[in-house]
Ligand binder design. Sequence first.
Ligand code: AMP
Length: 225
Amino acid sequence: MRFILLGAPGAGKGTQADFLSARYHIPKIATGDMLRQAAKEETPLGEKIKNIMRSGELVSDDIMIELVKDRISKPDCQNGFLLDGFPRTRAQAQALIENQVPIDYVLEIRVEDEEIVKRLSGRLIHAPSGRIYHSIYNPPKIAGQDDVTGELLLQREDDKEETIRKRLGVYHEQTQPLVDFYKNLAKTGFSNEAHISVQPPKFLTVSGLGTVDEVNHKIVSLLEV
Ligand code: AMP
């Protein structure tokens, strides 16, 4: 199974991606996690990526497309994968089509902006594993500690309110148009710019409101009809 998860930052893509990856035995490819890893490298590229992420802007399409092309060519992706955070622009979506990457489902998780601001400002992550918690909605067993390793949880630098609002603006401008793009592709099976036909993905949409389990159930009931 090959999935794309679409949705604003904080809609719950990462949490649902962990669940779907375990349920369908496919790797989760979270471009944000890959970039956070790359940003730790003390190289000019690492430094550049770190500054872009801090500002809430997007990393360039060229870098992202190469990164994802390389990742999905690895043997563990042969039976499927789940893209969390990619594509984020029309050019990235087009690159998947041009490279004839088959996708079975595009799943959109919808949440209003104000709810997102509330959610992200309480989000905590376990950086080494990418596990995600929320101080109110999905708290760890022991406050401030990862359930599995007991290590400290952190707030992401780009989860500060000002950056969240910036990231939401970027989402509405650059990524949300992909909802219509994929809806249209699912309907017509045709993308204007790429004259290559791939089996169009099915488009599913779900409200991201409710508990993590409730959203899990809604997704499974759409996928396993
Ligand atoms: P995320 O963890 O998905 O919220 O991503 C964190 C940050 O990484 C974003 O705000 C962007 O700066 C960058 N990023 C992640 N995925 C992409 C992508 N597909 N295209 C461009 N920038 C990205």
